[in-house]
Design a protein around this ligand. Structure first.
Ligand code: SAM
Length: 225
């Protein structure tokens, strides 16, 4: 998990890093809600994930910098569905729900919104609050990753993509193996904007090996049909 410098009574180490972080300054200048924007921008520059007209699902979206990047790239023809435990301040082009992705009601909301079609890109930057107990935190994080992967497998278009934040360590190889069962290509990305001391990396899966849900707009039928 991310190892933040210990907060002293004055909080000086963390605060010093925060205020001197070039990406924090740049985000303020560029009008992004957080420095995380540059992680997605960097990955997109390399992997060309975002295109006009896309449907994007952003899991763990608050405060909303990935939504901002997605909206800029998909333009008016596309749409972003955003989920977070915390509110995402309204943004044109983004339909957001303040909800827990582990709750059935949240999935039901997404399914209701998506009834006219599948998704081009699923983003998951979800990270649970850290308890400090490393193994427990890793396990909770990978539970979220598994749920996000299940959602991606069920709702992506066959040529869709899934970008998910993971932490190297316990659970990483198992999850990467699951990604390889689901996608033709699975790549690791560590953008410069992701702090070097953090175990955080992103896994990018592209091209589903098997689409599982009947598409409502592409004529594919499911095995149950
Ligand atoms: N990508 C975001 C951006 O660019 O602004 C930053 C995301 S932040 C690193 C991680 C987010 O995951 C937090 O806002 C947190 O509330 C959210 N999160 C954690 N657990 C969640 C859950 N079970 N359901 C929905 N969101 C969750």
């Amino acid at each position: 998990m991310s190892q933040k410098p210990k907060r002293t009574k004055s909080g000086s180490a963390w605060m010093h890093e925060h205020v001197t972080d070039p990406y924090v300054k740049k985000a303020q200048q560029d009008g992004y809600r957080s420095r995380a924007a540059y992680k997605l921008l960097e990955i997109d520059k390399r992997d060309h994930l975002l295109h006009p007209g896309m449907t994007v699902v952003d899991l763990g979206a608050a405060p909303g910098s990935w939504c901002q990047v997605a909206v800029q790239k998909i333009k008016r023809q596309g749409r972003v569905l955003a989920i977070d435990l915390l509110p995402v301040a309204p943004m044109p082009g983004v339909d957001g729900l303040e909800g827990d992705f582990t709750e059935p009601a949240t999935l039901a909301w997404l399914e209701e919104k998506l009834q006219s079609g599948r998704v081009d890109l699923v983003l998951s930057d979800m990270a649970p609050n850290i308890s400090g107990v490393m193994l427990r935190d890793q396990a909770r994080h990978y539970e979220l990753c598994e749920l996000a992967l299940d959602f991606a497998v069920n709702w992506l278009k066959p040529d869709g993509a899934f970008l998910v934040k993971v932490f190297q360590g316990v659970g990483f190889e198992d999850f990467r193996a699951r990604m390889r069962e689901a996608f033709q290509q699975v790549m690791i990305r560590k953008p410069d904007a992701s702090r070097g001391r953090s175990a955080e990396v992103y896994l990018l899966g592209r091209h589903l090996l098997a689409a599982r849900v009947p598409a409502r707009d592409d004529g594919v039928t499911s095995p149950q049909d």
